[in-house]
Ligand binder design. Structure first.
Ligand SMILES: [Cu+2]
Length: 288
């Protein structure tokens, strides 16, 4: 496929073809995901791997665009501070034109380097292109801060990007081992199960089911336009991808389509909403 090996959501196929102009070559080894419904907004899915053909979130710059923090990258633990930054474009000017992607112009995600912490936030942009978010990093350690957005390249093509910067929180760092792989996760009184096994360079279904008291939850709500959001971070280099499921629930499950860029261990942060509250289930997945 044109996007070599990134995790890609099936709904992406149509969005990519229509929205990003990237053809998807035949992948004979993979299942054929159904095209996204025509009602899907374009582009409705971002994914950090679109530009390089692999995971994103490795560097301050990609595709001619650079994340420029406005303050030092050392922060106190558990203290809220305003985190400001700009995205500077190939013309040297702050970007102010973004394409709405899942109801937001920019998604801001923080992950501690040992993958033990996760936050998904939505900064506000001032007219001059300065993004601002009240940020509290709760524990010492190095945190990767991802800015996930879609903008326009100099030719006017939509360009999805995941730029990243590391911030250090002072204090005694106690790394937490990544939990072993499990197909069942308990969170906030829900049980979330994972079905499917990602493969390298072969698109496979990956479904999440949410249960409460052993009963399937049938009234999941859309959060930012989707029944689920999946942020995938690779253990070892924190390579990043933010993917979205099929537009509708499939047999009650939130169904993603994924292709792994490499063997290895991944942490998958699955967000879903019920009764107005967003919950998160975190899975460790080993790809052979
Ligand atoms: Cu999302």
């Amino acid at each position: 496929m044109a996007l070599k090996g990134p995790f890609v959501a099936a709904g992406l196929v149509a969005a990519l073809l229509l929205g990003f102009g990237i053809a998807r070559a035949t992948d004979t080894t993979s299942a054929s995901p159904a095209p996204a419904p025509a009602t899907t907004a374009i582009p409705s899915h971002s994914h950090g791997g679109a530009v390089t053909g692999d995971l994103g979130g490795f560097s301050l710059s990609a595709g001619g665009f650079t994340l420029v923090p406005a303050q030092p990258l050392t922060m106190p633990a558990a203290a809220q501070q305003q985190f400001n930054f700009k995205i500077v474009g190939p013309d040297g000017k702050p970007v102010t034109k973004y394409i709405v992607n899942h109801e937001k112009n920019l998604h801001f995600i923080a992950v501690r380097h040992d993958l033990s912490g996760f936050q998904h936030l939505h900064p506000a942009m001032a007219a001059d292109g300065t993004w601002s978010i009240p940020l509290t990093l709760p524990t010492p350690g190095v945190w990767r801060l991802y800015a996930d957005f879609v903008t326009l390249d100099p030719t006017g093509q939509q360009l999805p990007l995941a730029l990243a910067v590391d911030a250090t929180v002072a204090g005694s760092y106690a790394p937490i081992a990544v939990p072993p792989p499990s197909r069942t996760v308990e969170t906030d009184g829900f049980t979330v199960t994972l079905e499917g096994t990602p493969q390298v360079n072969a698109t496979q279904p990956l479904s999440m089911r949410v249960f409460a008291n052993g009963t399937p939850v049938t009234d999941l709500e859309r959060y930012l336009g989707a029944y689920g959001h999946l942020v995938v971070v690779r253990d070892g280099d924190l390579g990043f991808l933010h993917v979205h499921p099929e537009d509708q629930l499939v047999g009650g499950a939130v169904k993603f389509w994924l292709s792994a860029p490499s063997p290895g261990r991944y942490r998958m942060y699955f967000e879903f909403q019920k009764q107005g509250t967003v919950h998160r289930a975190e899975f460790t997945v080993d790809v052979a």
